[in-house]
Write a protein that binds this ligand. Sequence first.
Ligand code: FAD
Length: 368
Amino acid sequence: MEHFQVDCVVIGAGVVGIAVARQLALIGHSVWVLEAAGEIGSGTSSRNSEVIHAGIYYPKGSLKARLCVEGRRKLYDYCEQKKVPYKRCGKLIVATNTQQINELEKIIEKGLANGVEGLEIIEQPQLLALEPELNALAAIWSPNTGIIDSHQLMVQLQADAEASGAQFVFNSPVVSGSVIDAGIELIVGHTQPFKLTTSRLINSAGLHAVELLRNIKGFPEEHIPQFFMAKGNYFSLSGKVPFNHLIYPVPEQGGLGVHLTLDIAGQARFGPDVEWVMEQNFRVDASRSKGFEEAIQRYWPTLPKGQLQTAYAGIRPKLSGPNEAAADFLIQDQTVHGVKGLVNLMGIESPGLTACLAIAEKVAGQVR
Ligand SMILES: Cc1cc2nc3c(=O)[nH]c(=O)nc-3n(C[C@H](O)[C@H](O)[C@H](O)COP(=O)(O)OP(=O)(O)OC[C@H]3O[C@@H](n4cnc5c(N)ncnc54)[C@H](O)[C@@H]3O)c2cc1C
C-alpha cells in the first residue's frame, strides 16, 4: 500500500472543509483535502436554505453567535470581492398571534446582544407596505440577512485553495486511523487504498465527523459526543410567490420553522421542517405537504391549494436530541482531547454556511 506524508489534511470537501483548507493554504501549509465523494459539496452543503444568516437566534457568547456574525460580515465582503452571486434581501420574522409578539421581543433582544446590526420591530401597516400578502401582526425586520449561491461559493473557495497549493483528492473516504508518535496515520479507501501520515488533521466530515472518531485508534472515547440527526424537508411552489423578502415564523424546537426562502433566481422554496431520523436518507415524503400547507397558511393565507411539490432534504448533524436545548458548534483541539495536531468540527449545522470563513480562521489559529 502506498504511504504518503502530508503536512496538513482536511477530511471533507463541504463548504466548511473547503474554507478551512483555503485558510490553511493561504497561511503557507501544504494541504490535502480527502473527500469520499467524487466532487465538492455533495453533503449538507448542497442541501440547505442558502441563507446568509444575520446571527439573531443563538445564545450570547456561543460559537454559533460569534462565528455567524463574524462569518456573515466576512462572507458579504468575500462575495463582493470574488463576484460570488448573493443578495442582501433582508428577512421578516413574523408573529401571527399576540403570544408570538412576546417571542419577537425575546428574539430581538438576543439578536441585539449578539451585535446584529439594523434589527427593528415593525408593526402591521409598515409590514403590509413591504409585503401586502402577508398575514402578520408584527415582525422583526433583519436587513442584513441575505441569500447566496452556495455552489458558486464552494467553487470559488476551492479555486483560492488550489491557487495556494491545496490538493483535492476525490473518491477518497477515510476509513480508519491511529494516533502515532509522528502524528496521525490514516487509511484511505480509494480504488487503490493508501496510507497517509500527517501532523495536522482537520476532521470536517459533517454527518460522519463523530462516527469517524470511533475508528481512530488512540482517540479518547470520553471526547466523542452523542450524535443525532434531524432531517429538514423542503417543498417548492410551482408558480410565483408574491414576496420579495425571506419570511420566517418564530422558531420551533430543533429548527427555525417552515420558512420561505428565495434562491438567487427568485424561485421560492419552503422548509425545512424538523424530522428526527436514525439513518441518512434524503427522500421527501409527499404526505408531509399537508403540514407544510398549514404552517405556511398561518402567514400566507392565500397560498394556492395543491401547488406544493416535494423538493429536497438535508440532514442537520446535531449534538443535542429532541426536546433538549440546541447544542453549540463543537470545535475540539488538542487542549481538549490531547491528540496533537487534531481539530474536530462537530455539530456544524446552521449557521455553518454563513460562518464558514470565520470557522476557517478559528481553526487555522488552533492548528499547531
Ligand atoms: C436543512 C438544512 C438547512 C440549512 N440552512 C442553512 C442556511 O440557510 N444558512 C447557513 O448558514 N447554514 C445552513 N445550514 C447549515 C450548513 O448547510 C452546514 O453547516 C454546512 O453545509 C456544513 O458544511 P460541512 O463542510 O461541515 O459539511 P458537509 O457539507 O456535510 O461536508 C462534509 C463532507 O465530508 C465528506 N465525508 C464524510 N465522511 C468522510 C470520510 N470518512 N472521508 C472523506 N470524506 C468524508 C462528505 O462526503 C461531505 O462532502 C443548513 C443545514 C441543513 C441540514
